[in-house]
Design a protein around this ligand. Structure first.
Ligand SMILES: *Cc1c(COP(=O)(O)O)cnc(C)c1O
Length: 574
């Protein structure tokens, strides 16, 4: 964090329950964490004064093991922060259930393109002064029961707040809550405001003062996805006084504290993560003004070595300024095709190394990798095995690479993985499929770049944004996707990829989506791939030029600066 003497300096503290920075730091589970990491990387490139705050999760997310039937078991993915991160002074203390819990932090430093440094603070309660139970609070990402989870959110929100105040007491800080998990930071802000003002209960002015400092990004378009904690639990963990303060602040419904409402109530600026998601969120929370800033990915991180080399030769400005990817239109189609072929070879070699399965370089390859959870419908592709076999036989062969972890408590997600294995057995040689264990950043980068088509089949409107298709686009891999999340914006039929179904307001039946998926493969995509390779290369190129140039975090962070951070400057804005 920048410490500048003299005038208070504006810094952004970016709070996220998970952050994906590096495959060797396993403190993320999926899109939310990847987005946080990419955001901080682009902020470093842009020279922003920003710091990340998250938890250290000494046991990592988990290692995934799949047996021959596709049954998932898990083991810890323990890592040793001491070996990778720098210790930070000072330690801070927070109250949990009346106990004083010590929190220390470890620093990871992101270096931007021109050398600007952005710290990420990993909070850690594994200190000998803490009780054995408190020491485990920063062990597991999304593990344990709601009591454990609430305690973790106290560490993140209130511990993180205490750390930022200790590190930068003079700075004017904007607090960005990436999802509601960190919303208890607003309670800390409220308390410090009330203390300085001297009034016992929060006034509207107290609330407004907190709001002026907070930005909230919501990510979940389904009501069940929002964290709620029963009132008795809140009172037990935070103590009755703090619980009363929350109650007086009007963010408790149906006998529980709703973290999304807490964040909404105390944020000056609120946004969803794609245009469609902004609309859905406005429908869910009509009392709040909800803007939208569409997600992106960190272009340099997610571009394969072969495409990075091509861009360096043809559009060398792309690293510094991702908008230059627009000029991929000037690259010849044979070069695009040859560059993708290199990424495909690298992907197939990795598949073989991990699974022993040798897929063919000449066969059209579909990729599907993301968190295995039911709304993502990993199994939609093989809802009609005969039809799939038939089109592979008649139009052209295809093969599929799968990846994705199910949350340990998500039985629906685990079932879905088993169904992929069953279908793999039933399809045999007619459509070869392979499921790779331990989908993570490293594997994601290879798969998104190396396949010929990135498939996405979420049940509308449950995909807030989705970002893996953006990684593919950067690498000249078109998407075939349901029109949800970012694809509503990124989809230009036959130019950047293809849509499954249409954009009508009624979510389609699964059978309609499946039929549309097969139709597109059979009538449009496979004939193009096998019959008109130049035209397929042209789709690859437009995916880069149209989508790679826009759906990146450099553009996204600039939008946060323009719409979310600068509005808080306080020059008469209401
Ligand atoms: C990019 C990425 C995600 C997010 O992808 P979605 O399309 O949003 O599901 C999840 N996990 C990993 C490892 C990723 O690299």
């Amino acid at each position: 964090m920048h410490q500048r003497s003299g005038s208070p300096f504006k810094t952004i503290a970016y709070f996220s329950m998970e952050v994906g920075l590096d495959p060797s730091v396993p403190t993320y589970s999926g899109g939310l964490g990847i987005l946080a990491g990419d955001t901080l990387r682009s902020a470093a490139d842009l020279g922003l004064s920003i710091a990340g705050v998250t938890l250290v999760y000494r046991q990592g997310y988990f290692r995934q093991h799949l047996d021959s039937q596709g049954n998932q078991t898990e083991s810890p993915a323990a890592w040793t922060p001491e070996e990778i991160l720098e210790p930070v002074e000072p330690q801070v203390t927070i109250a949990i259930e009346g106990r004083q819990v010590k929190v220390r932090a470890w620093r990871y430093e992101i270096q931007g393109l021109s050398g600007h440094k952005v710290p990420v603070y990993f909070l850690d309660t594994a200190l000998p002064e803490n009780s054995p139970w408190d020491q485990t609070l920063t062990d597991h990402l999304y593990g344990g029961d709601s009591h454990y989870r609430l305690c973790q959110e106290v560490v993140l929100g209130m511990g993180g707040m205490a750390l930022i105040s200790a590190l930068a007491p003079e700075d004017r800080v904007i607090y960005h809550m990436n999802e509601g998990h960190s919303a208890l930071l607003t309670l800390s802000l409220l308390e410090s405001g009330i203390q300085s003002g001297g009034s016992p209960a929060p006034t509207e002015a107290d609330v407004e003062a907190v709001r002026q400092q907070c930005v909230f990004t919501t990510h979940t378009p389904v009501p069940a996805g929002h964290d709620k904690f029963h009132w008795d639990l809140v009172s037990k963990v935070l103590g009755p006084e703090r619980a009363d303060l929350l109650k007086a602040s009007n963010c408790c419904f149906d006998g529980s504290l709703n973290m999304t409402y807490l964040a909404l109530r105390f944020a000056r600026y609120i946004n969803g993560v794609a245009m469609r998601h902004g609309e859905i969120s406005t429908g869910m929370f009509p009392d709040y003004p909800i803007d939208a800033i569409t997600n992106g990915v960190h272009a340099v991180t997610w571009t394969s070595p072969s495409f990075a080399a091509l861009f360096d030769r043809r559009i060398p400005e792309w690293r510094q300024d991702n908008f230059y990817l627009r000029y991929a239109v000037g690259i010849s189609l044979p070069e695009i095709a040859a560059t993708h072929a290199l990424a495909k070879q690298a992907m197939l070699a990795e598949v073989e190394r991990r699974s022993g399965v040798q897929l063919s370089e000449n066969v059209f390859t579909i990729g599907f990798a993301r968190r295995a959870t039911t709304y993502k419908r990993q199994d939609l592709l093989f809802s009609d095995l005969d039809r799939l076999r038939g089109l592979a036989r008649q139009v052209g062969p295809l093969q599929v690479v799968y990846g994705g972890k199910a949350h340990p408590q998500d039985e629906g997600g685990k079932d879905m993985i088993r169904r992929v294995f069953q279908a793999t057995g039933m399809l045999g040689e007619s459509v070869r499929m392979v499921y790779l264990e331990n989908y993570d950043m490293a594997l994601g980068k290879i798969l998104c770049a190396g396949v010929d088509l990135w498939l996405n089949t979420p049940l509308r409107p449950q995909e807030a944004s989705g970002t893996s298709g953006m990684k593919s686009a950067l690498n000249g891999v078109p998407s075939l996707s349901v029109l949800d999340g970012w694809w509503v914006e990124g989809h230009v039929e036959h130019a950047t990829g293809w849509a499954i179904g249409d954009d009508s307001t009624n979510p389609a039946e699964a059978s309609q989506d499946a039929a549309s998926l097969y139709d597109k493969l059979e009538r449009v995509i496979l004939p193009l791939y096998y019959g008109k390779p130049e035209a397929y290369a042209k789709v690859r190129r437009s995916a880069i030029a149209l989508n790679g140039s826009f759906f990146n975090t450099q553009r996204m962070v600039s939008q946060y600066v323009t719409n979310a951070y600068s509005i808080l400057e306080g020059n008469g804005l209401k």
